[in-house]
Write a protein that binds this ligand. Structure first.
Ligand code: SAH
Length: 254
């Protein structure tokens, strides 16, 4: 519920749970009640109920175009009432460690640059660079993450702030340092970097649809990012995502 008592997820509309990678979604599909599988536009959508709530589960695929296309399909074809993204990301801020969780306050595209016509990172026609997550849905996601991690993964810390998205897997110590410094100097100190979140945030803004996102930190976006990444997604991220999403659905149902 929001402060005014409005439900975050509108009654009768399913909640979309979007993941970037198939591995991140597997545990959730196993728990789906009355599962129905629909293939559309080369993607697989799972409809059903989780914790009693109607949901649509799907994989965004990697990158901003794929994620924007998937989010649009969830809205236009499946009529979802909100989107929650779970995935992994590389750490950008010094204080963010592998195994921590970042809940997004807002997003920006770190590789969008139409300067000098527009400010760096500004999305033309929107007059801004940053797109915020939905406050009440984000608060519920944060609460779910705190509860899930405290009971099962006590060493993980939860951060809340800016996530930078771009069509590039950041995998070099010098590259991530340069990204951190550039964004910091430009007034956009990002906690983490990934490849989809800002695209989904922009589509949700177009449709005034509630959106919240969490990313488990899989790597430090440095020279060993690719090695850390594969192992981490398989062993940790999918378990985190499942525990947090189940708690979130419990909270939203109340
Ligand atoms: N090995 C994967 C490819 C992963 S691409 C495969 O074979 O399919 C990285 C994915 O994780 C993207 O969805 C991105 O959002 C996220 N991610 C994790 N670490 C990242 C980093 N250091 N830089 C950019 N994206 C990252």
């Amino acid at each position: 519920m929001t402060a005014r008592g409005d439900p975050v997820v509108r009654p009768g509309q399913p909640l979309a749970i979007l993941s970037a990678l198939v591995d991140e979604q597997r545990g959730l599909i196993d728990h789906l009640e009355q599962p129905e599988r629909i293939e559309h536009a080369g993607r697989r959508f799972w409809l059903g109920r989780l914790q009693g709530l109607p949901v649509v589960l799907t994989v965004s695929r990697i990158g901003k175009v794929s994620a924007a296309m998937t989010a649009t399909t969830l809205i236009e074809r499946f009529g979802v009432g909100a989107i929650v993204f779970t995935g992994v990301a590389g750490a950008v801020a010094e204080e963010v460690q592998v195994g921590d969780v970042v809940v997004a306050h807002d997003f920006l595209q770190h590789d969008l640059d139409v300067s000098p016509l527009f400010g760096r990172y500004e999305v033309p026609a929107y007059g801004r660079a940053r797109f915020e997550s939905h406050p009440a849905l984000t608060q519920a996601l944060q609460q779910a993450a705190q509860a899930a991690l405290a009971s099962d993964f006590a060493q993980a810390r939860i951060h809340h702030g800016l996530i930078a998205s771009g069509d590039r897997f950041v995998s070099g110590a010098a590259e991530v340092r340069a990204l951190r410094e550039r964004l910091g100097q430009d007034g956009h100190p990002a906690l983490a970097v990934e490849m989809e979140g800002a695209a989904v945030a922009q589509v949700c803004a177009d449709h005034a649809l509630p959106y919240a996102a969490m990313r488990t930190i899989s790597d430090r976006a440095d020279d060993s990012a690719h090695r850390d990444f594969a192992q981490f997604v398989e062993q940790v991220a999918s378990r985190y995502a499942q525990a947090i999403v189940m708690r979130l659905l419990d909270l939203l149902r109340q």
